[in-house]
Write a protein that binds this ligand. Structure first.
Ligand code: ADP
Length: 397
């Protein structure tokens, strides 16, 4: 059985065709500059040269048509007919508080995705375009929506409500939603399986550390807390996002710099985080580590501030769950940055965490990095959001 996974952005569209018999990727690719002159599709099939198509893609509809052409191409294709694609899975950012899990798309689902444009203004419109383009190009095929917010829906009200007047929750459903949900769901589930954690001992903390970073606490694969909020801006210090900040800072900058709240939010999303703390050196942890090793104090400050916030969040979640059975690291930094992992985990000696320094050298591979006598088992577990979406698609198609 083959599943096409679609992640549609406002001017881009990523795809993967996954053979679910062995969960292997048959082809993957990216459409860039949709609706902008100079559109380009890059199609990758393992073992052969990339196939690049430079053709106008005025809409997501034309992008999907080109993707199907590439998948069927005589030389670079991987299927003979569209009939070989059994179903399509879509990453959708926001399901509001309606969808607590993935769902097969129908008119109601599309209406809810549309109603959530306000909550996910950059992503939901594009996600819906991706779904409608697939419906038009492959009539009759099942489309499944996998929401990035679904994982956070199992939080209790005391964990998801903001302590602000009730009317804002009642009117607008302003609450903590949490993002990276598909990754947290995948990694927490895979950690339970990989570690063979028995029922009743499945308290897992997932640290998804990448350009965007978030941490979740879950019990038996169900989230009990998560660090991102109404938007992905809340929580950890990130590549270019500030993470938690006193809201009064926004007003102060507006008043003193003559900026609007929108302007400041853009600064907090795009020009803050480790990028800002490093004196605009870089948001990339490889650059920051190299600079810090060469004595750059601002780069060191950025790394220290990042680690400090991660440590506080893990510590908070240990308290929330009255301990943890496993901690898993994922995302570009979590999977690859051994020094950052060691720095963070050094703060959990009090909780009985013991790391095997040799095993912690692992990059981008599943590995248990704690010692056999560690009170909490610690893992590196690469995320795979596309596979998570494909599995949900098979389950619900
Ligand atoms: P995104 O949130 O965009 O998906 P990624 O999960 O790909 O981001 O993570 C990107 C981050 O991972 C970058 O900051 C990058 O520096 C970091 N990273 C990737 N490889 C390494 C490495 N070998 N060592 C340290 N950091 C790394």
């Amino acid at each position: 059985m083959k599943v096409l996974v679609i992640n549609a952005g406002s001017s881009s569209l990523k795809y993967q065709l996954i053979d679910m018999d062995d969960e292997s990727v048959k082809a993957k690719g990216l459409c860039e500059r949709i609706g902008i002159p100079g559109s380009k599709l890059t199609h990758k099939v393992p073992g052969i040269e990339d196939f690049v198509v430079e053709k106008d893609m005025p809409t997501h509809q034309t992008a999907i048509e080109l993707v199907l052409e590439a998948l069927l191409d005589a030389e670079h294709g991987v299927v003979k007919s569209v009939d070989e694609i059994d179903a399509v899975g879509h990453r959708v950012l926001h399901g509001g508080s309606v969808y607590t899990e993935s769902i097969k798309v129908n008119d109601d689902v599309k209406r809810v995705i549309r109603e959530c444009f306000d909550l996910g203004p950059l992503h939901n419109p594009a996600n819906l375009m991706g779904i409608e383009a697939c419906e038009a190009a492959m009539p009759g095929k099942s489309n499944v929506a996998v929401f990035d917010t679904a994982f956070g829906m199992s939080l209790e009200p005391y964990a998801y409500r903001y302590a602000i007047p009730e009317e804002y929750y009642d009117k607008y459903k302003l609450r903590r939603y949490g993002f990276h949900g598909t990754s947290h769901m995948f990694v927490s589930g895979e950690t339970i399986r990989y570690a063979n954690l028995p029922e009743g001992h499945q308290r897992v903390i997932v640290c998804h550390l990448g350009n965007g970073s978030s941490i979740s606490a879950s019990v038996g694969g169900k989230a009990v807390d998560t660090s991102m909020g109404l938007t992905p801006l809340e929580g950890l210090v990130m590549g270019t996002r500030s993470g938690d900040i006193d809201p009064a800072v926004v007003q102060f900058i507006c008043d003193h710099e003559g900026l609007s709240a929108d302007d400041v939010l853009t600064i907090l999303n795009k020009k803050s985080g480790v990028f800002a703390l490093s004196g605009n050196l870089s948001s990339d942890f490889r650059d920051l580590s190299e600079a810090a090793n060469n004595g750059n104090e601002k780069a060191q400050l950025a790394l220290d501030a990042f680690a400090h916030k991660v440590e506080k969040t893990i510590g908070g979640y240990l308290a929330v769950m009255n301990g943890a059975d496993a901690i898993a690291f994922t995302g570009g930094i979590g999977e690859n940055d051994c020094a950052m992992r060691a720095k963070i985990l050094a703060h959990f000696g009090y909780a009985g965490v013991k790391i095997d320094a040799e095993k912690n050298k692992v990059r981008g591979e599943r590995c248990e990095i704690s010692t056999p006598d560690s009170a909490i088992r610690v893992f590196v577990l690469p995320t795979n959001e596309e596979l998570a979406i494909a599995r949900e698609t098979v389950r619900l198609r």
